[in-house]
Design a protein around this ligand. Structure first.
Ligand code: CA
Length: 220
């Protein structure tokens, strides 16, 4: 699941992004509307976390929500803002927002709202993936192998999610690095390490190595 996070305060943006990434989401951070518009093209988010007061204006978040809806974005929009006046709340929801979170909030509360919004549907491309012994419940973020639940870390889950999105496609290690571990050295062994984690927690056959090309879901 991809989240576009629009928040101009780096003191909030960075910890929120880090927290959500640890939960297994792919986060595209943006510090302004300008960056958000650019990120939108790349990120194709399932959910948008949107600060209201941005460098472009005190209501810039509301304006961007309208833009998103006009552009056909149907996924959930969760506003985050310091302002908690009732009229702001109503304005945000009128403009196509789905929920409203007032600063300060806990990361646990944020994550709970995100999960609830994604579960509500619309943005959920497919709520459950099943193939062979593997079952992934994306909305609940649970993974089962031969009927037993297996605990995965956020990044393990993100890798598994990526492989199941197009289960017959081969993903090159560089592409996996770029999407899941931005900033890691290219040629890093980190992708191999996470493939190994998935194989040892699930089964060896869950990920197939395609020599010279990369990895794909190993189940058919
Ligand atoms: Ca702000």
């Amino acid at each position: 699941m991809r989240i576009l996070l629009v928040e101009d305060e780096s003191g909030l943006r960075e910890p929120i992004a880090a927290y959500l990434e640890r939960q297994g989401y792919q986060v595209a951070p943006a510090a302004s509307l300008e960056e958000a518009r650019e990120a939108l093209i790349e990120a194709e988010p399932d959910l948008v976390l949107l600060d209201v007061m941005l460098p472009e204006g005190v209501d810039a978040g509301f304006e961007f929500a309208t833009e998103l809806r006009d552009a056909g974005f149907t996924g959930p929009i969760l506003f985050i803002t310091a302002r908690d006046a009732v009229e702001d709340r109503v304005a945000g929801l009128d403009l196509g927002g789905d929920d409203y979170l007032t600063k300060p909030f806990s990361m646990e509360e944020l994550a709970a709202r995100v999960r609830a919004l994604l579960r509500r549907g619309g943005a959920v491309r497919r709520s459950v993936f099943e193939r062979g012994p593997l079952k992934v419940d994306f909305a609940a973020r649970k993974v089962f192998w031969e009927g037993r639940e297996v605990q995965l870390s956020g990044r393990e889950f993100a890798l598994l999610e990526m492989l199941t999105l197009q289960p017959d496609r081969v993903y090159g290690p560089e592409e996996i690095l770029d999407r899941l571990f931005p900033g890691a050295d290219s040629g890093s062994k980190i992708v191999h390490v996470y493939v190994h984690h998935l194989r040892s927690k699930l089964g060896d056959e869950v990920v197939a190595t395609v020599p010279g090309a990369g990895y794909r879901l190993g189940l058919s």
